[in-house]
Design a protein around this ligand. Structure first.
Ligand code: ADP
Ligand code: UDP
Length: 252
C-alpha cells in the first residue's frame, strides 16, 4: 500500500483520501462479517472480486443514467470514488422473501413477492441496524421528503435494471442493500448511489438450481464462498480464471 491517509476503516472496506478534495479511494478487503460483526473470516480474493463486480455494475447503471459515486478502478483492490455525505440509511429492496423478512414476519421462504418491497434500516451498528419507517426518516431528518422520494425512485430503477441484467445471466436477484449520499456541486445537491453492489450485499440465486451465489454461503456455512463469488464474476464477464489466479499469487 502506498502512503495514503486513512479516513475510515469499516468491516469490508477502507476509505482513503483521494487525489482531489471531493474524491476518496475505496479499498476492498477480504474480510467477511455477518450478524453485525459477530461472525468473521477472511475469504482470499473476495475484495478483488467485489472491486471488479461493483465496477461493472456501477458502470452499467451509469449507462442507464443512474448517477453513482464510481469514477474509475485504480488497481485490483481500489477504486476512485466521489466523496459523499452518506445518508445514514440502508435501503433494502426485496423481490423474493428470505432472510430477515422471513424471520420477522413468518412469510414463506422463497415466496416471489407480488411487487418489490423497499425497506429502510438505520445505519447504526451499536443498535444492530434497526428497521425504520419513512416517518422516522423524515421526523429525525435523516433525509428530507424530496431526498427520500429520490432514494425510493432510484432504488426502484436500480432494481428493475439489475433484475433484468442478472436474469440474462441466469441469476435471480432476490434482494439487495443500497446506500446513498449527497454530492454538492455549485451549491446544488444531488443524491448519488454509493458504497458497493456485489455478492456481499445482494442475494443472488442460480435461476435453474436456486444455488446461492452470495454471502449467505458464509452466513449459513454452506462452503465454497469464494467459488460462488467467482461464478458471479465469470457470468458478469469481469475476470477470467487466469487473471484471478494471478491476483491471488501476486496480491497487492
Ligand atoms: P461498514 O461501515 O458498514 O463497516 P464498509 O466496510 O463497507 O462498511 O465501509 C465502507 C464505508 O464507506 C461505509 O460506511 C459507507 O457508508 C461508506 N461510503 C461508501 N461510499 C462512500 C462515498 N462515496 N463517500 C463517503 N463514504 C462512503
Ligand atoms: N444487507 C447488507 N448489509 C446489512 C444487512 C443486509 O448488505 O447490514 C443485504 C443482505 O445481503 C441482503 C439484503 O440486504 O441481500 C437483505 O438482508 P436481510 O434484511 O434479509 O438481512 P439478514 O438476513 O442479512 O440479516
Amino acid at each position: 500500500m502506498k502512503n495514503r491517509k486513512k479516513l475510515y476503516e469499516g468491516k469490508a472496506k477502507i476509505l482513503y483520501h483521494g487525489p482531489e478534495p471531493d474524491t476518496l479511494i475505496q479499498y476492498f478487503k477480504d474480510d467477511a462479517t455477518a450478524f453485525n460483526n459477530k461472525k468473521r473470516a477472511q475469504i482470499p480474493g473476495k475484495g478483488v472480486l467485489n472491486n471488479f463486480i461493483s465496477e461493472l455494475i456501477m458502470t452499467r447503471l451509469k449507462e442507464v443514467n443512474i448517477a453513482t459515486h464510481f469514477l474509475k478502478r485504480l488497481n485490483m483492490r481500489e477504486q476512485l470514488i466521489k466523496k459523499l455525505d452518506i445518508i445514514p440509511i440502508e435501503v433494502v429492496v426485496r423481490n423474493i422473501a428470505t432472510g430477515s423478512l422471513v424471520k420477522r414476519l413468518g412469510i414463506k421462504e422463497g415466496k416471489v413477492l407480488p411487487r418489490p418491497i423497499i425497506e429502510f434500516y438505520l445505519k447504526n451498528d451499536k443498535l444492530d441496524d434497526p428497521i425504520i419507517s419513512e416517518e422516522h426518516i423524515i421526523v429525525f431528518e435523516w433525509a428530507s421528503p424530496s431526498e427520500l422520494e429520490e432514494i425510493i425512485s432510484l432504488s426502484s430503477r436500480v432494481n428493475d435494471f439489475l433484475t433484468g441484467y442478472f436474469f440474462s445471466l441466469n441469476i435471480r436477484l432476490v434482494d439487495f442493500k443500497l446506500e446513498f449520499g449527497r454530492y454538492w456541486k455549485n451549491d446544488e445537491v444531488r443524491i448519488i448511489l454509493a458504497d458497493e453492489i456485489s455478492p456481499d450485499n445482494c442475494r443472488l440465486w442460480d435461476l435453474k438450481t436456486n444455488k446461492k451465489l452470495d454471502k449467505d454461503r458464509f452466513r449459513q456455512d454452506l462452503g465454497e464462498v469464494d467459488k460462488a463469488y467467482k461464478e458471479v464474476a465469470y457470468r458478469l464477464g469481469v475476470l477470467s480464471e487466469s487473471e484471478f489466479k494471478k491476483v491471488i499469487k501476486n496480491d497487492i
